[in-house]
Design a protein around this ligand. Structure first.
Ligand code: MLT
Ligand code: MN
Ligand code: ZN
Length: 301
């Protein structure tokens, strides 16, 4: 399985348009930013799946030859899997509106319903070529397929994570609004575990990460009070559904025990001090045997 980390940043990216923090200033000065959270996956190197559709999708496709169209209106992007209905993971669906055929979008049932109602992407896109929502059942392996039903050679199991509905749908009835994914290459047996938003390293995360070749995990915040310390009027990281990387009981404590061969932190917020390559936090990540994800990282599983 070929895996490209298209975007390693959380919502807002790095630099974020309205942020002048040290990380955002450094990214502007160096001209080296990070785009918003998304991953591309392919079993055959020809037909690709997007894991989440970022607002930076157009730039991300342009940055990777493997995702360039082979002919007029012939994109190698064959389907999208959404782990949640957050804006930073779904807005990119709008950018696929020129598609020549309906784009299959796999997502948990409650997310499909959000995208038809509170955040009506599916309804709006219906006036263009449209997307074809396909519900991911909880815990049952699904063979992913393109719009014509041809298998893509990857089997996906979605496992429910405990997180609140997105901010735009706080009143929604309780349901599964976030999942972690376990993607298996049917031929090589390579396993990718993907959990870009997770409030805990719990049984659900352990089940997708078990013996995985690669775990891409939530690295949004270093500490619980990080956003507030940066002057943003916001809840703590855990309240937002993001397990902090550092501190007691944080990701650095729990992730190495899961047994994934390689663990890379993704969905990193622009306030996270581990973005600094010479920071003490970056050294702690490396000492724990983990890595900070970067745009364009590629993996073969
Ligand atoms: C999240 O990752 O928690 C969301 O994307 C936050 C948001 O942008 O509202
Ligand atoms: Mn997010
Ligand atoms: Zn910033």
């Amino acid at each position: 399985m070929h895996v490209i980390l298209l975007g390693s940043a959380a919502g807002g990216g790095v630099p974020q348009w309205n942020c002048g923090c040290a990380n955002c200033r450094a990214a502007r000065e160096r001209g080296a930013g990070r785009t918003q959270s998304s991953v591309a996956v392919s079993a055959d190197g020809e037909r690709w799946l997007l894991l989440n559709a970022s607002p930076d999708l157009r730039h991300q496709i342009n940055a990777h030859r493997a995702l360039w169209p082979r002919a007029s209106r012939a994109s190698p992007v064959r389907a999208v899997v959404c782990t949640d209905g957050e804006i930073d993971h779904t807005l990119g669906l709008m950018l696929l509106r020129e598609s020549a055929s309906r784009v299959p979008v796999y997502a948990p049932a409650a997310v499909v319903s959000l995208l038809g109602a509170e955040w009506p992407l599916i309804r709006v896109l219906a006036s263009y070529t449209g997307v074809e929502p396909r519900e991911l059942p909880d815990g049952r392996p699904t063979a992913l397929a393109d719009s014509a039903g041809a298998p893509l050679g990857i089997t996906c199991t979605a496992v429910a994570l405990a997180r609140r509905p997105p901010r735009y749908a706080r009143a929604a009835a309780p349901a599964v609004f976030d999942v972690a994914l376990r993607l298996v290459d049917d031929r090589s047996g390579g396993v990718l575990a993907y959990a870009p938003t997770a409030a805990a390293v719990d049984g659900a995360v352990a089940s997708v990460a078990r013996a995985a070749d690669l775990l891409l995990f939530d690295g949004t915040f270093w500490s619980d009070g990080e956003l507030r310390a940066a002057g943003v009027d916001a809840p703590a990281a855990r309240e937002m559904g993001h397990l902090p990387v550092g501190g007691p009981g944080g990701g650095l404590d729990a992730l190495p025990r899961l047994g994934a061969k390689r663990t890379v932190l993704v969905h990193v917020n622009n306030t996270n001090p581990m973005l600094g390559e010479d920071s003490a936090e970056r050294r702690q990540v490396e000492a724990a045997g983990l890595e900070v994800g970067d745009d364009g990282m590629e993996f073969e599983l």
